[in-house]
Design a binder for this molecule. Structure first.
Ligand SMILES: [Zn+2]
Length: 57
């Protein structure tokens, strides 16, 4: 695994990195790393990862 931001491609270790993992069969599967929350939210918006996936009713 490299240290490139999943959204912008910068080296996340030069910033204040945020790591994202998904639970798969009781294991944590890394799915992304971001410079900061700005890159994370920009990525989520761009990929529309929140569409139809809200846990609140
Ligand atoms: Zn970034």
């Amino acid at each position: 695994m490299n240290n490139d931001c999943t959204y912008c491609g910068s080296d996340v270790t030069a910033h204040d990195p945020v790591f994202v993992a998904e639970g798969v069969d009781d294991e944590r599967q890394p799915v992304g790393r971001f410079c900061n929350y700005a890159c994370l939210t920009a990525y989520v918006d761009e990929e529309e990862l929140t569409s139809g996936a809200c846990c609140r009713i």
